[in-house]
Ligand binder design. Structure first.
Ligand SMILES: [Fe+2]
Ligand SMILES: [Fe+2]
Length: 277
């Protein structure tokens, strides 16, 4: 099982020892089935980070600064997110056999999603990374805002801060490669949209399926049920989604003139709210 390499543990911005797992208020979590599903799915995907990102460091192999950051900071932090969420799920819902569900997830996921598709140039790959970190930062910020349980609020807040920092690092590298490759605004925009539309394409459903198979072995799980689940949490998402932060992060690589940026940010904020309604 994947845990951050002991060698890099000292470099982590926070330690799992600081999370008060023994103080989890399990009474508050009674009936929070949707939250359980979300956290179990997130733990599966985070703890498997190294599998689908194995080719990223290879892509940047002659850039020592990028490789050093990916290997010593980014990957150990993503794995810690997975390990910390796993521990939360195991402590809060001890009757759930996390290991068995994860085994099923890993077997299927490693067959279909071994390597991530990379963008055609390094600057655009950095844009794609910014989109993913925007998505994860928004998800954990939403969780920190809406979580009914204080230990989870604390954990989600720490993870959200890590994801924002990841974004900043990828953005910094993007700017550096931009000077060399000059990708142009249209190419950046295409990458932004194509990556945003791919988010949660397959991994979310695979994770959901294996969580439910162990949670409710008596019944089958299909895509329809997954879609129903997503619809059922739409109200919470609408109420707590950090629209402004997400859109600001998403649009930043386009480097729009300030006035235009403000106009787009305003209208895109409203459009996103409408879409989530
Ligand atoms: Fe993460
Ligand atoms: Fe991240």
């Amino acid at each position: 099982m994947n845990t951050p390499d002991a060698e890099y543990a000292a470099l982590l911005p926070w330690s799992m020892d600081a999370i008060r797992y023994d103080g989890i208020d399990r009474e508050t979590l009674e009936g929070e089935e949707a939250l359980f599903r979300l956290l179990a799915c997130a733990s599966f995907i985070e703890i498997t980070s190294d599998l689908y990102t194995a080719n990223l460091a290879e892509y940047f192999r002659d850039d020592a600064q990028v490789v050093e950051w990916l290997r010593h900071h980014w990957e150990p932090e993503e794995l810690q997110h997975g390990a910390a969420l796993r521990r939360y799920v195991q402590t809060a819902w001890p009757q759930f056999d996390w290991d068995r569900a994860y085994q099923g997830f890993y077997a299927e996921y490693s067959r279909c999603c071994q390597l991530e598709r990379l963008a055609p140039s390094r600057s655009l790959e950095m844009v794609a990374r910014c989109v993913i970190e925007t998505g994860t930062a928004s998800f954990y910020r939403l969780l920190a805002e809406s979580a009914p349980e204080p230990v989870l609020k604390d954990l989600a807040g720490r993870i959200a801060a890590d994801e924002v920092r990841h974004y900043k690092n990828f953005y910094h590298f993007f700017r550096r490669y931009c000077r060399r490759e000059q990708p142009g605004r249209a190419a950046v925009m295409r990458t932004l949209w194509s990556r945003a539309s791919e988010i949660d394409a397959e991994d979310g459903f695979i994770a959901f399926k294996h969580v439910l198979r162990v949670r409710h072995p008596e019944r089958g799980v299909d895509r329809h049920e997954y879609e129903q689940f997503l619809r059922s949490i739409r109200g919470t998402v609408r109420a707590h989604f950090p629209y402004r932060m997400a859109l600001k992060m998403f649009l930043k690589p386009l480097d729009l003139p300030p006035v235009m940026g403000r106009v787009i940010l305003g209208s895109a904020s409203a459009a996103t709210r409408m879409l989530l309604r």
